[in-house]
Design a protein around this ligand. Sequence first.
Ligand code: ADP
Ligand code: MG
Length: 175
Amino acid sequence: MGKATSIAVTGTPGTGKSTVCALLKEYQVIDLNELIRKNSKRFQFDEERDSIDVDISILKGLLPMMTGIRIIEGHLAHLLGPDIAIILRCSPKMLKERLKKKNWSKEKIQENLEAEAVDVILIEAEDTDAEILEIDTTKMSPDEVAEAIREIIAGERRKYRPGNIDWSKEVLDWY
Ligand SMILES: Nc1ncnc2c1ncn2[C@@H]1O[C@H](COP(=O)(O)OP(=O)(O)O)[C@@H](O)[C@H]1O
Ligand SMILES: [Mg+2]
């Protein structure tokens, strides 16, 4: 039995991780939100932020054993020791539209727009041993994003090299 290859599909909330992973039916996908929800008793609830405070080492221990290729989907997936971290990116302007559909508070939406604007997930991923790739989903349909992930799994690297996505021009328009 060969070692499993784990592929994180990560990105700021609203970038389309769950939508695209639902299209990747040929792969085993671990949905971290679901895993956390099912095991919520093992984590602390942060009343102030109205969210579960996820301990990464506990979450790692909850990952099921698997062989072959496994996709781990969620905005913490890059922190769980994947071989490859695919970061879905989206321009803050478009991300705002996607986040509005989540019915979250203004504060929570703003927090995520800022996180995307300043590359929080990319910076976190750079601190891991994972090979990093980025997909700019701003103008892509979910099907096109799914195809891009299939391309990466098939070996494409050049098109998705990290470091080419920069929202700073757009962010300057905020001021
Ligand atoms: N590529 C895309 N183009 C347009 N809308 C998208 C795309 N991907 C996701 N969406 C929409 O954006 C919203 C957030 O997507 P979702 O998959 O829940 O994001 P995440 O799982 O990363 O938080 C949903 O309403 C979804 O239908
Ligand atoms: Mg999701």
